[in-house]
Design a protein. Structure first.
Length: 378
């Protein structure tokens, strides 16, 4: 009887292991210089940003094109450079896209995260009609904590509402700014596609508050996505421990640097050492030790079976895996299980997206970065 029980336990473990490896990575293109984001062009082509400042079109056969012309000056260095890029929901008609990047100060001293719109030329060679929609203030001399993920907002019925969310880091040495409304450090902002401030933003009309701010108390959010019901999800880097998943609500304070599940890099406590505080929002989920999260996407496709539908995917830079997070309910609720995928690749996962074909795609962060399609294993 004991042997039968042990055999069943072994088979169960093997089945769980097989489930954890139920995808097959296929490299589509390699040779990127620290790629940061991927967007999906028509006809199976891709648009990939490189942190060093290049934006490239990748053919369906994996051929990587030259850098597009027309980009504004980019402050590439450290964690800064050309970062996120997304296509407008009506790209097929208007050829519009949005990108965020480290914007150098006109004086040459300092930088900050900026968000711009542009049109992709019909010959796929350059950006046209580039317009800066938002610049983080104030600019500081730092190469750290730019945040910089863009999400197009939608109504609960799934229709775009003409607005954009942008995540902003607190620039590291300016961490206390995350609790002040007179600056954009450590915030999520919400603006229109034309750069205007929506009248229903939570701090519009409040004295001393910047009207673009949607939520505050963030550290360095490098992952953001929208649920099918229109709810914004983000994740952000903690210090030593305390990486968080948060759901930014209008006017909500997420606590940095007053509270954290992590510690400062000198092993001292963050704030008063607490993990909760009146007036601040607790994280939906946290990782201690830190996994250094980047990239975030919901699985809305049934390409990988119904068990994956509604799961949340998050890349880990530090531990080189893709986290598949099962939630209490599809697309919502607490994280009830985490499975580590792609560990055998040994690559830092910078971005993860679901393509229009229903397949998942990841970018690996290195000087020889890869664009990888994830196929269901036989």
């Amino acid at each position: 009887m004991l042997k039968i029980l042990l055999s069943l336990l072994l088979l169960s473990a093997l089945a769980a292991s097989a489930g954890a490896q139920s995808i097959r990575p296929v490299t589509l293109a390699r040779g990127f210089d620290h790629p940061w984001a991927v967007a999906f062009l028509p006809d199976g082509q891709f648009l990939v940003s490189e942190r060093s400042g290049a934006l490239r079109v990748v053919q369906a056969n994996g051929e990587i094109g030259p850098p597009l012309g027309g980009l504004p000056p980019v402050a590439a260095g450290g964690q800064g450079g050309l970062l996120d890029v997304i296509l407008d929901s009506d790209f097929a008609r208007n050829r519009s896209l949005y990108f965020c990047y480290a914007e150098p100060a006109a004086s040459g001293k300092g930088n900050s995260t900026a968000l711009a719109s542009a049109r992709l030329s019909s010959d796929l060679r350059r950006l046209e009609s580039v317009r800066v929609l938002f610049s983080q203030n104030p600019k500081v001399a730092s190469q750290l904590h730019f945040g910089c993920r863009i999400v197009e907002s939608k109504n609960a019925d799934g229709r775009p509402d003409g607005l954009l969310y942008l995540t902003l880091g607190e620039r590291y040495h300016q961490r206390d700014d995350a609790q002040s409304l007179d600056n954009h450090h450590g915030k999520v902002v919400r603006i229109g596609k034309d750069g205007r401030v929506p009248a229903d933003n939570p701090f519009v009309g409040r004295a001393g508050a910047l009207p673009e701010i949607w939520s505050l108390g963030h550290r360095n959010p490098q992952g953001a996505t929208l649920s099918p019901s229109g709810v914004l999800w983000i994740h952000e880097h903690g210090p030593m421990g305390g990486d968080e998943i948060n759901l930014p609500r209008p006017g909500a304070n997420f606590g940095w640097p007053l509270v954290s599940f992590g510690k400062n890099y000198n092993f001292t406590a963050v704030g008063d050492g607490g993990t909760a505080r009146s007036g601040t929002e607790p994280p939906l989920h946290q990782w201690t030790p830190s996994i250094a999260p980047s990239g975030m996407a919901f699985v809305t496709s049934e390409r990988y079976g119904k068990a994956w539908l509604g799961n949340l995917l998050v890349g880990s830079l530090k531990y080189t895996y893709l986290a598949r997070l099962e939630l209490a309910r599809p697309f919502e609720g607490k994280v009830v299980r985490e499975t580590r995928l792609l560990e055998a690749l040994g690559e830092r996962i910078r971005d993860v997206r679901q393509g229009p074909d229903g397949y998942l795609y990841v970018l690996t962060d290195s000087a020889n970065g890869q664009l990888i399609r994830l196929l269901p294993a036989p």
